[in-house]
Design a protein around this ligand. Structure first.
Ligand SMILES: [Zn+2]
Length: 485
């Protein structure tokens, strides 16, 4: 007769339930683990045996076979230790099968029986909720507290001996209680950036509507500063977005961001397509890690061509499909891209102060790299110029007044812009203006749709229900179409 405990595999965003079947067979004493466990799983044999001894539950010398089902699912990680140890407690009659039937166990044991804090317990909590388990036993990890709900209890365990005493009702461990945390919000930095008024306005519009934005301008004009300042305006993630963000970071083996912090990812331009999009093994790439926040691509024209190609689909669909066939993994990738680039290799093309030194053919090749279908994914493309310093101080005060007015509603707007975009109302005058602009600039359907989206966001920022001609005019100016000046 096999004894059963439950754990989970972390292969995708949703933890997959794993059933551990433990059997005592005839033969020489020993322990065998089967069911596609990797090295970390195999090494559980030594950890569990030693931990049980330190919990005053030495394992009788018998032949134990442990099967991790389903057997065609690869198992990775040391977090199966706890479920194996509890399964062996059942097998040796220390606790009953019934006692552990609706419980999910995960945690890595140390040789002395301690339970280590490792991967975020959120996967286990969510898997337990979906599978209608009553209780999760895992490390005593406070990171789970803001995510706790009413459906499943989480019991944090520091030592295997304590778990045994809890199961035997000798010394019950308290269930961890939900803890409200203040979401992380950066102070607003965009209002502190001096100058670049048009760019700041464009970025406020971009962030409100979630529009991918490309900034073109000479070196030193403040493109990176503007991008990180824009990130400071991102409102905190809601709880379900925060859960996704935590799990994506855990899958990428990265520390999770502060509670509900909107991510800001800025990968280097030499990043590979895999690094950007994710690997077939389900490790998220930068476009997913930025989910709910900003993906900043500085030196955009220097990115590898294959990386940029790989970015096209997720920028449009807000999800990324990695791998192929049965093993395709789909991960969320709702990030807003802010890209920045010089207008030419020397950086001075179209500059009002210096002159570009690039030969004609170099310029052409550079600008061709920045054209075509990828550029179509950007709703907003703006040109930044260097500015004289003395004008800026008074402009800053004017901007801050407008900026603060806009900010009052920004987080509310961001949360509902999707439904609003679907309902945008364009009056006849606006439609006429759009048609005229489209005809004169020879715009394709996608470019026209872009202008409507941006104009809708502008209307929303100005708390108007109808898109006015002035909104169409501003939106069309936010699509840089000429390389000249
Ligand atoms: Zn140049």
């Amino acid at each position: 007769m096999a004894f059963i405990t439950h754990s989970l595999a972390f292969l995708s965003l949703d933890g997959t339930p794993v059933e551990l079947q433990i059997d005592i067979a005839q033969g020489l004493p020993g322990m065998t683990i089967i069911g596609m466990g990797n090295k970390a799983v195999q090494e559980a044999i030594q950890r569990v045996r030693s931990a049980l001894k330190h919990a005053d539950l030495p394992l009788p010398p018998k032949k134990y076979i442990i099967n991790l089902a389903p057997s065609d699912l690869p198992k990775d990680g040391a977090h199966y230790d706890l479920a194996i140890a509890v399964g062996l407690m059942v097998a040796m009659g220390a606790v009953t099968q019934q006692q552990v039937a609706r419980m999910l166990f995960f945690g890595e044991l140390s040789l002395n029986g301690g339970i280590k804090i490792g991967k975020h317990p959120l996967f286990a909590l969510e898997a337990a909720t979906q599978q209608h388990f009553t209780t999760v036993f895992g490390p005593d990890d406070e990171r789970i507290d803001p995510f706790l709900g009413d459906d499943v209890s989480y019991i944090g365990v520091t030592h295997l001996r304590d778990l045994f005493r809890h199961l035997k009702h000798i010394a019950p461990i308290e269930v961890r209680a939900r803890q409200e945390l203040e979401p992380y919000q950066k102070p607003d930095m965009l209002g502190d950036v001096i100058g670049q008024e048009q760019a700041k306005r464009a970025l406020v519009i971009a962030i409100t509507g979630g529009h991918h934005t490309l900034m073109i301008g000479p070196p030193g004009v403040g493109k990176s500063l503007l991008a990180s300042a824009t990130a400071s305006l991102m409102p905190p993630l809601d709880t379900s977005e925060a859960k996704i963000s935590v799990k994506l970071h855990a899958l990428a083996h990265l520390p999770e961001p502060s509670y509900r912090q909107a991510p800001f990812r800025a990968p280097h331009h030499r990043i590979t397509p895999t690094g950007l999009i994710g690997s077939a093994k389900g490790v998220p790439g930068e476009v997913s890690l930025a989910h709910g926040g900003i993906l900043f691509l500085d030196e955009f024209s220097e990115f590898r061509r294959d990386s940029l190609e790989a970015l096209r689909q997720p920028l449009q669909d807000h999800v990324v499909h990695i791998g192929s066939g049965k093993n395709t993994v789909t991960l969320p990738a709702r990030s807003m891209v802010i890209a920045a680039t010089n207008p030419c290799p020397c950086g001075m093309y179209g500059d009002t102060i210096s002159t570009c030194r690039c030969p004609e053919w170099v310029l052409r090749r550079y600008q061709q790299r920045l054209s075509g279908p990828l550029l179509d994914r950007f709703d907003i493309i703006i040109r930044l110029q260097r500015e004289q310093f003395d004008k800026k101080v008074c402009i800053k005060a004017v901007f801050n007044k407008q900026h603060n007015d806009l900010l009052k509603n920004i987080s509310m707007i961001i949360k509902r812009y999707d439904s609003h975009l679907k309902r945008s109302v364009i009056n006849n005058a606006s439609q006429h203006m759009l048609n005229t602009i489209a005809a004169s600039q020879n715009l394709n359907m996608r470019a026209k749709a872009s202008i409507i989206h941006v104009a809708t966001t502008i209307a929303l920022l100005e708390q108007q229900t109808e898109v006015q001609p002035s909104h169409i005019a501003e939106a069309s100016q936010l699509r840089f179409t000429s390389w000249h000046g």
